[in-house]
Structure formats: structure tokens, C-alpha cells
Design a protein around this ligand. Structure first.
Ligand code: FE
Length: 231
């Protein structure tokens, strides 16, 4: 569920690419809820495939940009990702505390760390991977970069929510117009990429999986409410 009060508007209208500070100020002036404090919509998030690149690194950290092996830092537009996880039970939901939330995504050049296949040979590297445990109010926060693109897929971030008794896996997407603006700058290659509408996975629930992104002082701030079925 997108953290927006304008969920019925077309995506291009719902996307609020404005200075985060300005948005917070405007919200306060208008008496609107503070960003990230809105009541959850208690909607189940569509599950999506894990894909071939999940690695259970057990790497607990908030900043995913560095590689713990050699301390190199992935370049790219700064992205802070704030998730709230809710256990949904019918029309009601409650924050899901103590859940492990893993995030993994490709770098600006479309490369995943710690994999070895026909396209990639990055075994041992651990950039752009990590997990956080949800707080009592179901929150996790990550610092990372805006993902690049790789052949055949729309721009996305993978995530997995695990409790002792349940597991939920899906992907988060970006507005194409925003990606156009981000990817035009280095280190992104800015070439032809698979757009949301061309991606079969996006077409299977992707509209409900689009991040709510705002411009921040540095880079971008993205938010999303994850609704998982109550175990
Ligand atoms: Fe992927």
C-alpha cells in the first residue's frame, strides 16, 4: 500500500517530487498528517517472485552502500527507504514488530553483489544487501542508492519479510518519469531500459508496489507500507 492520501489518483499525480522539507512544512501548515504518520490502509501487499539473486547474508545494517569486504561504496543517487510493516487481518491491521526485513537490489550499472551466473561474477561482494528488524511500530529504514537497470526488468528493489512463522517476498518499483530524471546522470548509464509497462512482473501487481518518492535535501526519500497476512 502506498503511503499517500491520494491513492486513487493516477500515479503521475500521486508522485510528489518536491523538497522533503517543503512538503513537511506544507503538511504542517495544512494540518495534514506528518509524512509517514498516516494511518495504514491495511491492504495486503502483492507478493512477487524472489528472483535468482537473493542471498541470505544475515547482514544487519542500515546503510547498504558499502561492501563490508573491501569498504568500497557504491556510487549513485542517495535513496533513503522507510518501510512500515503491518500484519493485516481482514480490514484491520497492526504494526508487525520484530520481523526481519531484507533488501537487495542492483547497483547503478545493473549489477548484483555476491552472485555468479552467465551475466554476473561478483561472488564475495556484499554491496546493496542487508536487513533490519522492525521496531515496535513496524518500521525499518535503509540508506542506499537509487537502483540502476538490468536487461529485461523494470527498475526495482527486492524485499523479504520474515518472522518465526512466516515469510513474505515482493519487489518495489519506481515511477518511470522519475527514473528517467535520475538515470540521466552518472554513474547511471542512462541507456534504453525496460519500462514498468514492459515488465511482466510489474504488470502483475506493480502499480500497488510503486514507492512513494520525494526529493530530499540529498537525493530521494522513498516510503512504502507493507501489508502481510497475519500469521
Ligand atoms: Fe532483481
Amino acid at each position: 500500500m502506498k503511503r499517500t492520501t491520494k491513492a486513487n489518483l493516477p500515479r503521475r499525480n500521486a508522485l510528489r517530487v518536491v523538497a522533503a522539507a517543503g512538503a513537511a512544512l506544507a503538511g504542517a501548515t495544512l494540518g495534514a498528517p506528518v509524512r509517514g504518520e498516516e494511518a495504514p490502509r491495511c491492504v495486503l501487499t502483492p507478493a512477487q517472485t524472489e528472483g535468482p539473486y537473493f542471498v541470505d547474508e544475515r547482514l544487519e545494517r542500515t546503510d547498504l552502500r558499502s561492501d563490508p569486504a573491501d569498504r568500497t561504496v557504491q556510487p549513485g543517487a542517495l535513496l533513503t527507504l522507510a518501510l512500515r510493516v503491518f500484519a493485516v487481518d481482514g480490514a484491520a491491521c497492526a504494526p508487525l514488530a520484530g520481523a526481519i526485513v531484507d533488501i537487495w537490489h542492483c547497483n547503478a550499472a545493473g549489477i548484483y553483489s555476491d552472485v555468479d551466473d552467465m551475466r554476473l561474477a561478483t561472488r564475495g561482494a556484499k554491496f546493496l544487501r542487508g536487513y533490519q528488524v522492525t521496531s515496535t511500530d513496524g518500521r525499518v529504514r535503509f540508506t542506499t542508492i537509487y537502483p540502476g537497470a538490468y536487461p529485461g526488468r523494470a527498475v526495482h528493489i527486492h524485499f523479504k519479510v520474515r518472522t518465526r512463522t512466516s515469510q513474505f517476498t515482493s519487489q518495489l518499483y519506481f515511477d518511470d518519469a522519475l527514473t528517467d530524471r535520475v538515470h540521466v546522470n552518472p554513474p547511471y548509464t542512462g541507456g534504453k531500459r525496460t519500462r514498468n509497462a514492459q515488465d511482466g512482473l510489474y504488470r502483475a501487481g506493480g502499480r500497488m508496489l510503486e514507492l512513494d518518492v520525494v526529493r530530499a535535501t540529498q537525493g530521494y526519500a522513498a516510503a512504502y507500507d507493507v501489508g502481510v497476512r497475519r500469521a
